[in-house]
Design a protein around this ligand. Structure first.
Ligand code: GDP
Length: 485
């Protein structure tokens, strides 16, 4: 019965969405990526560029002057926080600091007045939905029982470098009897140790192929709630929990997590998106070691799988996710010399292609781009002995300490960005591992993870400064260019 009510509710909303779309063409653009991938910076730069009229030569409607103006309007969903655009712009431009990152879902509505190719005046409404990629990786849970999920999570936690990170949790797990009476303290401790293990995987390895549950790392408004108080137990994948046992309690909470967290996210947000950009901090992944590419590929396959799972899970065809374009973007390309931008793109393209093979089917047009939403560096040739080396110049953040050197936040330094191989296969074969930013050839300080401050801008421009970027316009052209014909 509840399915019928659910379906009726969804029908009503689908009709409303459809009606709104008919009179007022709307694109819902999802922006996602794991924590620190660059979502907040991307949305801020994109909206600023559209409102302010940024330098977007490859975004045809703007470059040819067909966009008359873009403005913010109140968003349609009252229950979703608003993306804090104005504050983020101020932080970025006036304070020259990076804004606070995404920790929850948020939304922003942008209305674009433009002229069609045939001269008619039109309006396109762009609803931007920012959500943690960790939540997306929860969707596969919808097709898994607690026992299947437990067995998979446990098997993975015993592999390679994860095993060491999982030791405290495994030690506690060994003391538990799944069939013994339900015990709240055991569940709490287990959930805490399991969450610490997930967090360590993320921090230590920049693990891209995170395992769900995503809210354990990005709880949003659910921090501390019982729906987040469960963990895998060492039980058979096809077993059945005895009544009243710890195991049965875990099953109930796992199912509650799916009911109160995963399904509502899927129904209220994911299933309503038209376009999706997935941001990937590929450089951080390459930097963290040779296994990272395998990890990245697994993560992308997982994400592509979510789009496929989305299509087969929902009640009827009316509510299938309608995403018809997915863009994978490697962010922070300003950490590389421009000669490497195409290479970064080629590696991402190769990784996505491999992931697409594994994920079988995503049912949408896919493209890739290497971009910097906000370009924090400039390029220069630096003389070293007889050689001129292509380098990048940027101002390390004031709190940066690298190799014992502390920066004051006002001094520009030149660094030599690592070289990416011209042939992506080299990376896949484990040859030519990438060593990101470095102070080579001196090799004294490890600049690989240097965080630069946002750029100093020309504040004399009449309508305020323009943010420099790399290939942000290409991303826009793919994501909404066809809707502005
Ligand atoms: P989120 O967690 O996905 O919202 O990530 P953010 O947008 O907050 O970005 C995380 C961090 O990455 C920022 O604080 C910046 O240090 C860095 N970052 C993001 N985008 C760029 C970019 O375009 N260029 C540079 N140089 N750094 C960036």
């Amino acid at each position: 019965f509840s399915d019928i009510v659910e379906e009726a509710r969804l029908s009503a909303r689908a009709l409303l969405d459809y009606g709104e779309h008919f009179f007022n063409p709307t694109v819902r653009l999802g922006v996602t990526g794991l924590s620190r991938a660059g979502k907040t910076v991307f949305i801020t730069a994109l909206v600023h560029g559209l409102i302010r009229g940024g330098r977007f030569p490859v975004f045809e409607p703007l470059a040819t002057g067909r966009i008359a103006r873009a403005r913010l309007e109140p968003q349609p969903d009252d229950a979703v926080p608003r993306f804090d655009y104005e504050n983020h712009v101020r932080t970025l431009i006036e304070d020259r600091r990076w804004p606070n990152s995404t920790v929850d879902i948020s939304e922003l509505r942008l209305v674009i007045d433009y002229q069609r190719h045939n001269g008619a005046d039109r309006t396109l409404t762009l609803d931007i939905v920012d959500y943690p990629g960790e939540w997306l990786l929860d969707l596969p849970l919808l097709n898994k029982t607690y026992e299947q999920w437990s067995a998979e999570s446990l098997a993975l936690s015993r592999e390679g470098p994860r095993a060491q990170l999982a030791t405290p949790w495994h030690t506690h797990l060994a003391t538990l009897n799944a069939e013994a009476r339900a015990d709240e303290q055991a569940a709490l401790t287990s959930a805490r140790l399991f969450t610490e293990y997930l967090r360590a995987c993320r921090d230590e390895r920049f693990a891209m192929s995170l395992l769900p549950p995503g809210r354990f790392l990005m709880p949003g408004s659910l921090a501390g709630s019982p729906a987040l108080t469960f963990a895998p137990l060492d039980v058979a994948a096809d077993g059945t929990a005895p009544e009243g046992s710890l195991w049965a309690m875990m099953v109930r909470r796992y199912e509650a997590y799916k009911d109160v967290v995963v399904r509502p996210f899927f129904r209220d947000h994911f299933a309503r998106l038209d376009r999706q950009i997935v941001l990937v901090d590929a450089l951080a992944a390459f930097n963290s070691g040779p296994e990272a590419l395998v990890d990245l590929e697994a993560a992308l396959a997982g994400i592509l799988d979510c789009f496929r799972i989305g299509r087969s899970t929902l009640f009827s065809s009316l509510f299938r996710p309608r995403i018809d374009r997915i863009l994978f973007a490697a962010t922070k390309a300003d950490h590389l010399h421009q000669s490497s931008h195409d290479r970064l793109e080629a590696i991402l393209r190769r990784t996505v292609a491999k992931a697409a093979e594994r994920a079988e089917y995503a049912g949408a047009a896919i493209d890739v781009v290497a971009l910097a939403a906000v370009r924090a560096t400039r390029e220069a040739q630096v003389q070293r002995g007889r050689d001129k080396l292509p380098s990048i110049l940027g101002t390390p953040a004031a709190d940066e300490v690298v190799g014992g050197e502390t920066f004051d936040g006002n001094t520009e330094v030149a660094t030599f960005p690592g070289d990416l191989p011209a042939d992506p296969e080299e990376l896949f074969k484990g040859e030519g591992a990438f060593r990101g930013l470095s102070s080579a050839p001196a090799e004294k300080t490890d600049f690989r993870f240097l965080r630069f401050r946002p750029p100093q801008l020309d504040s004399h421009a009449a309508d305020g400064p323009i943010l420099p970027h790399i290939r942000l316009d290409r991303a826009l052209q793919f994501l909404i260019g066809d809707k502005l014909q």
